[in-house]
Design a protein around this ligand. Structure first.
Ligand code: ZN
Ligand code: ZN
Length: 151
């Protein structure tokens, strides 16, 4: 930091961020221009840009990862078979009701909701697609993985 004097430092920061804002605003204006409704006010336009940026910051996949981490207690594995390939993992509704849930909330809102909830593993758990589909379609509690163990 080149400025020890707080006033100078403030001025430096102000100029720096003003330049930054100007450069980025130009860029943003270009890339978002085509989505604009001409009737929107400048304030509305700025709001829209901000919302898009915030949305892309927390991409769906990152959100899902956070939820999976939470509901697998940081292990990121299928509770049934131990599958650890992230792309295969899903959130399972332990007591069913997944279809209703999907009607009520969009996928991204559901993930946000799960992140905000206190951790309750009797409601939701992490399963891989195989184990999850089996639970759903066959309505059996014991996945073939578990059956093998019992034999
Ligand atoms: Zn599994
Ligand atoms: Zn299984």
């Amino acid at each position: 930091m080149p400025y020890k004097d707080p006033e100078k430092r403030k001025a430096y920061h102000k100029k720096y961020s003003a330049d930054w804002n100007k450069n980025n605003r130009d860029k943003l204006n270009k890339s978002y221009k085509k989505y604009y409704d001409n009737s929107m006010s400048d304030e509305q336009k700025q709001k829209k840009i901000k919302a898009s940026l915030e949305y892309s910051k927390l991409k769906f996949i990152e959100l899902k990862r956070l939820v999976l981490l939470k509901y697998s207690e940081d292990r990121l594995v299928c509770k049934c078979c131990g599958e650890s390939i992230y792309e295969f993992l899903t959130i399972d509704h332990v007591k069913g009701g997944g279809n209703q849930e999907r009607k009520k909330r969009s996928a991204i809102n559901f993930l946000k909701y799960l992140l905000q909830q206190p951790l309750d593993l009797t409601k939701y758990q992490v399963l891989c697609y195989n184990c999850n589909c089996f639970n759903k379609n066959k309505k059996e509690i014991i996945c073939p993985h578990k059956r093998k163990e019992l034999q």
